[in-house]
Structure formats: C-alpha cells, structure tokens
Design a protein around this ligand. Structure first.
Ligand code: SF4
Length: 496
C-alpha cells in the first residue's frame, strides 16, 4: 500500500494532481497545504506528527532563468535544508513522459519575486522560487522527499502572463502526477551490490589519456576518428574540451593531427592517413593490436581465419581489414557450418576482444568440432577486462533481483554484461546515466547489482548510487572477484 503524501499548496494544484492520479488503484494522499510560507510552516509542523513513508511537494512556481518556459517542470535537487538525491530518477521518468524538465535548486521566499530579485536568485544558482517547498520538504526528515514545481511565469513571461502560464503549469502538474506515484512506489530500503572489477579498463584509460595529452600538447582542436571509446559521457566530456570526433578521415583537414580510437583501424585507414599527410596518434588498445598481429600472421601462413565477432563493430572492421582475402566473420555456430575454407586443415580462429565468454565458447566449440586441426590464438583474445567484468557481474547477479549496467548502447562489452545477467536469469538494464533508470524496474526490488562496462566512467556509478540513496535507506557493499593492475604505456607522440 502506498503511504506517500503529496503536498500541494493551492486547491487548483491539488485538483490537477488528483486528476493526474485518476485511474490509479492506490493513489498517494494529496494534501492541500495552503498558500505561503506561514501556512507551509504550520502544515510542516502537523506533517511531522503524521505517519507517511515518503513526501512529495508539487505546485507551481516562478522560473528564474530566461531559458525556462511556462509549463516546464523543475525537479529540485535541493529545497531549503532538504536535499533530494533521487531527482535524476524522477527527472528521467518525467522526460520519458514527454515533459520538459530541469533539475536544480528550488528557493522558497515569503513574497512574489519581481524581475530584479529573479536575477539575484538565479545568479545564486536557483532555478525556481516558490513560497512553500522548503518548510514542507523539511518535514520529511530522513524519509524520501521530492519537490516538483511547474513554471507559471519566467523573466521573459512575467506575472502579467500568469493566467496562460498558470494553465500550462497545471497541465504539467497533472501529467507529472503518475510519475510521482511511481517514484513513491519505488521508495524503500535496499542494498546495492557493486561488482568488482567494473568501469574503466587499461585500454580505455590509455585512449582517454592520449586525447587529453594531445589537447594539452597541441591545443584544440584534436581530431579523433570514431568515438575514442564507446561511451557518450566520455565523448561529450572530451568534445567540451576541444576534441572533434569524425566518422572518416575526409572530415579531417589536411595536415591536422588525428587520433585513432581504442578499437583500432584497418591498414586501409592507416594508408589513407599517410597519403593525406595527417599526423597520427594511435590509441588502439594494445590487446586489439595483438589480435591484428595474429590475423596478419595466420593469413601470411596461408590459413583461412575465422573471426568470431559482431558484424559492424569498429574493432571487427579493423581486424578484418588486416587480411580481407583470408578472413571471414563468424557470429554463430550456423555461420561455422557454412564456412568454405580453401583448405580444411589450415583454418584458424580469432575473437573480438569484448565478446561474451559463453557465446564465444559456443562458436569456437563449433569450429573445433568441424575443423579438428583448427589453430587458436596463443593467448585468449577476449581481453582480461571483458572476462573479469563478466565474472564479477555474474557473481552479483546471483544475489540480486535486478542488475544495472552503466554503459552506452554501442559499447559491446557493456551489452555483454547485460546478457551475462539475463543468461543467469536476473533481469538487467543498460543505462547511460541515473536518468535512464525506469522507476518501475525498482519497485519491489530490495537488492540491486551494479556494474559498469569497461568504457563507462566510475563517476556514473557514483551518480547512480547517489540517486538510489534518495529512495530510502541504502547499504552499499562490493563483491570483488579479482583485482586488476594492468597499465599500458603511452605512444611516443604524447609522452613528455
Ligand atoms: S576492453 Fe579490453 S581490448 Fe577493449 S580497450 Fe579495454 S582492455 Fe583493451
């Protein structure tokens, strides 16, 4: 049963929220708390004596920055002394419902704010001013709290337009109410089990450092062919610092410096860069380069080389390019059955570095069955980081009702972590940030496994933990299956 309270200062606000909750089997209580700071303080006193599990404050408010529009929602990260760590979860839920949402500080004042005061409050870091949220939110004490305010007026649409702005704000409150109900349903005590190891591997750290050092040494822009690693956060951060990501070399100006990504490139790309006179800094992971070298060696010895991997992945394209006439991609045991090598006694196989260990074993097993003399790489192609992260996530998945994997959709090793959980019967979701977590995933789940792909920054994991801590008491522990100490040296171009 929901034991949440939604506080709404005005009758019209309470009505809009109740309309939004129509159809709910067990809606939260909506309590009209009255207009202004004095009534809010009185109600806060009464709320302290009330028994509720979580508290949300909803209403309209004054936008403080010119980029806000009437009807936009502000989800508070803080309101007075109350902090709202789950704001990213609620903001994500509201955005998926089609609403325009900002997260930030909500400030409570005891009067209507005018133009000059809006600027002062905005300069102080606030997004919205109201006259009730801070005392009401403080009444939550240690319990989960959320503050959602819809903008009725802004510096550009001031109080004169408040009727139309107010209607837009009430519509947004109504539309937001179901998400607030889902937030309340997701609240509760839980534990997070962190998989160890997780997040950045040595190849990703090296690739990012190469771009950072190139920016330091050469100034911006530094061109990077393809995403340096498959993570939107990393790419966005480097873009902000002056890196320019391009799909192909013809987008790089003559004479410029270009960094090759961690996934490697084919010899054709290297040749094109050389013909163009581009200065190349190679951030290919040394473990990918090792697979390229194996491909060249097997092909030179007259072998047909089956590359176990995923079609279209940049690493696979680069590796296939090493010996296009001798190599063939195999993704499934069925592909193995269709293989037509020049000589069945001279077949070798290699693997993409970020495959699922289990899935790759099926395909390599099929190759060994069909070609008993098949040659294999000297050491595993699936890299240490991929193997370790899969073992670690399996360990936490066994104890969890749900696993969250931080990583981008195009990150092969992150997707494989989701699959490893699902193969073991634990639901898992890939998320780029805390905002991607759907609150319905969390309802009724008391233990969440948490990991990050090799290209996902550790900061994302911290943000996810922080957001979950806003839903109730959270204990965090780690299950370490192995420790890593591998580091790769930097190329000479960025060594000082
Ligand atoms: S996942 Fe493995 S192959 Fe890829 S960059 Fe990291 S260490 Fe290198």
């Amino acid at each position: 049963m929901t034991d949440a309270i939604i506080c709404a200062p005005l009758g019209v606000e309470a009505r809009a929220i109740r309309q939004g909750l129509r159809g709910s089997a067990d809606p939260p209580r909506v309590r009209r708390t009255g207009y202004g700071t004095r009534r809010a303080a009185d109600q806060a006193g009464e709320l302290k004596a009330d028994s509720f599990g979580q508290l949300a404050v909803m209403g309209v408010g004054a936008g403080l920055t010119a980029d806000l529009s009437p009807g936009d929602l502000v989800v508070a990260t803080e309101a007075g002394v109350a902090t709202c760590p789950s704001a990213p979860l609620l903001a994500g839920e509201l955005r998926r419902a089609g609403l325009t949402v900002r997260t930030g500080r909500v400030t409570t004042v005891d009067h209507l704010v005018r133009r000059a005061e809006r600027a002062t409050l905005a300069a102080d870091g606030s997004l919205l001013a109201d006259m009730e949220s801070a005392p009401l939110a403080a009444a939550a004490g240690d319990r989960p709290v959320a503050v959602i305010r819809a903008i009725s007026d802004t510096p550009v649409h001031p109080v004169a337009g408040i009727v139309s702005g107010g209607l837009a704000a009430l519509r947004s409150l109504r539309a937001a109410a179901p998400a607030v109900e889902r937030w309340a349903a997701a609240c509760g005590p839980r534990q997070v089990l962190l998989a160890g190891p997780r997040s950045f591997c040595a190849g990703v750290e090296r690739a990012i450092e190469i771009v950072e050092r190139a920016l330091e040494l050469q100034g911006k822009p530094v061109y990077v062919r393809k995403q340096i690693v498959h993570n939107t956060r990393v790419v966005g951060d480097l873009e902000g610092r002056g890196a320019v990501f391009v799909d192909e070399l013809d987008q790089v100006p003559d004479g410029a410096t270009v960094v090759f990504s961690a996934h490697g490139v084919s010899p054709m790309v290297r040749a094109e860069a050389s013909q163009r006179g581009l200065a190349v800094i190679d951030a290919t992971c040394p473990l990918v380069s090792k697979v390229h070298a194996e491909a060249r060696r097997f092909a030179a010895d007259g072998y047909t080389v089956a590359l176990i991997g995923h079609e279209g992945h940049e690493e696979v394209e680069g590796t296939l390019g090493e010996a296009p006439d001798s190599m063939v991609l195999v993704q499934t045991p069925q592909d193995v059955a269709k293989l037509r090598p020049r000589d069945g006694d001279r077949v070798a196989y290699l693997m993409q570095t970020t495959l699922s260990v289990d899935e790759a074993a099926e395909v390599s097993g099929a190759l060994r069955d069909r070609f008993p003399a098949v040659r294999t790489p000297g050491s595993d192609d699936i890299c240490y980081a991929t193997t370790n992260r899969q073992a670690a996530v399996r360990a936490v998945a066994a104890e969890s009702g749900l696993v969250l994997v931080a990583g981008s959709a195009n990150s092969s090793n992150s997707v494989r972590l989701v699959e490893a959980c699902e193969r073991n019967g634990t639901p898992a979701h890939l998320i780029d940030s805390a905002e991607d977590i759907q609150l319905s995933w969390l309802t009724g789940v008391s233990t969440i496994g948490l990991t990050a792909g090799a290209s996902a920054p550790p900061a994302v994991v911290e943000e996810i933990i922080s957001a979950l801590s806003g839903l109730g008491p959270l204990s965090v522990s780690e299950r370490v299956t192995t420790t890593e100490s591998i580091r790769f040296g930097l190329p000479k171009e960025v060594r000082q």
